[in-house]
Design a protein around this ligand. Structure first.
Ligand SMILES: *Cc1c(COP(=O)(O)O)cnc(C)c1O
Length: 397
């Protein structure tokens, strides 16, 4: 591998998305090479020995590291403003590894209540089985955070904006409270994407991504990533955990995600523009009880959204007046927008959380996080805004 030495640190974000971390092989390819290999060979037995003692660090096995994965990790780290990045097989592999690697029996974890379903499973069902105490708070309520963080905790876990109700959590305030009692703050930033929100700028210690969402953003591949500036956490806890348990990212998927990063800013910017216009459009229909979009002035945390996020995001939630029947009628009447529980895609996708992504919750739990039977979640794509407006207009008529 050869790499031209360029001062990457002076590049602005949009340039880093396209060029960050690039390493060219001896064939001088334009597009990053795909090293579809599980193993590596050595010139001599001595060279193998030196690789394993760490005397000559190099690629030894793709469960540990792979050149294509390295380019993806270096590029994403540059965008996030993080020192360390690890690509993993999925967003859930990222959340689980980031949380479990340093935890032990007797530790305490405080988490926001409104979480992606599988994240809620880890906190509510899995960790307690291993002697880790977990407590949930209502994310936007800082008094609840202050109470829960009135005693020591090992970790805090949250998503902002939340899925699917798009409630925001004040990152700076929660990080300050957490750090006062020595808790490491892990933020799942899948909903905002790295181009809209950088949780570390507000004090977060660890950021995780489902790269399946905006980073691929074209419905092709699963992937995840964990980012941090904490060397001891990354080298002594996360790395040994991942090396020995194997949540590794396939080089093929790393290559797809790398290509996804190149257009991330373009796609997310267009998605946000479309989302703002669609949110305003939705507010005009009698069949729509309320529209939730952080970029609208009517969002109760609009000021916080402006502080924490560059734009209002790619997701809209809206509530139909006629409950589940109204929601199903609307979904079934759409002709362009697809019914899908995925999100962050170039294609606009709509879902009914109460019967799909959040079906596992009891009716009370759903009510507690604001998921009514009439609520639908719309992930806005990059299509022509007029086609999206037309589709929603005919479905809501
Ligand atoms: C999708 C998602 C995940 C899980 O990611 P996968 O890549 O599907 O494993 C975790 N958190 C949030 C907020 C998500 O939207």
């Amino acid at each position: 591998m050869s790499s031209r030495s360029k001062d990457e640190t002076s590049w602005r974000s949009a340039t880093r998305l396209v060029r960050g971390g690039q390493q060219r092989s001896e064939f001088f390819e334009t597009s990053e090479a795909l090293f579809m290999t599980s193993g590596y060979v050595y010139d001599s037995a001595e060279a193998a020995e030196q690789a394993f003692t760490g005397e000559n660090p190099r690629y030894v096995y793709s469960r540990y590291a792979n050149p294509t994965n390295t380019i993806f990790e270096t590029r994403l780290a540059a965008i996030e403003g993080a020192e360390y990045c690890m690509g993993v097989a999925s967003g859930m592999a990222a959340v689980f590894a980031a949380l479990i690697a340093p935890l032990k029996a007797g530790d305490r974890v405080v988490a926001a209540r409104a979480l992606f379903g599988s994240c809620a499973y880890i906190i509510a069902d899995l960790l307690p089985r291993y002697g880790i105490e977990t407590e949930f708070v209502d994310g936007p309520d800082l008094d609840q955070w202050a109470r829960a963080l009135g005693k020591p905790a090992a970790a805090v876990f949250l998503e902002t904006p939340s899925n699917p109700t798009l409630e925001l959590i004040d990152l700076k305030a929660v990080c300050d409270l957490a750090h006062d009692v020595g808790a490491r703050v892990v933020v799942d930033n899948a909903f905002a994407s790295p181009v809209l929100q950088r949780p570390m700028d507000f004090g977060a210690d660890v950021v995780t991504y489902s790269a399946t969402k905006h980073i691929d953003g074209q419905g092709r591949s699963l992937g995840g990533a964990i980012l941090t500036n904490d060397k001891a956490y990354f080298e002594d806890q996360l790395r040994p955990f991942a090396r020995n348990t194997g949540p590794s990212l396939s080089p093929f998927n790393a290559w797809i995600l790398l290509k996804g990063l190149e257009t991330l800013d373009l796609r997310v910017s267009r998605q946000c523009e479309n989302a703002l216009e669609l949110a305003r459009h939705l507010e005009t229909f009698a069949a729509v009880e309320r529209t939730v979009y952080p970029g609208l002035e009517s969002h109760p945390q609009h000021a916080l959204a402006k502080r924490q996020m560059k734009k209002g995001g790619t997701m809209i939630a809206f509530e139909l007046k006629d409950g589940k029947a109204g929601a199903f009628r609307t979904l079934n009447a759409l002709k362009t927008i697809d019914i899908s529980n995925n999100l962050g895609d170039a294609k606009s996708l709509i879902t009914h959380p109460a019967t799909t992504t959040h079906q596992r919750l009891s009716a009370e739990e759903r009510a507690r996080v604001g998921i009514s039977d009439g609520l639908v979640r719309l992930s806005v794509g990059i299509e022509d805004i007029n086609d999206l407006k037309d589709d929603l207009s005919q479905a809501l008529a």
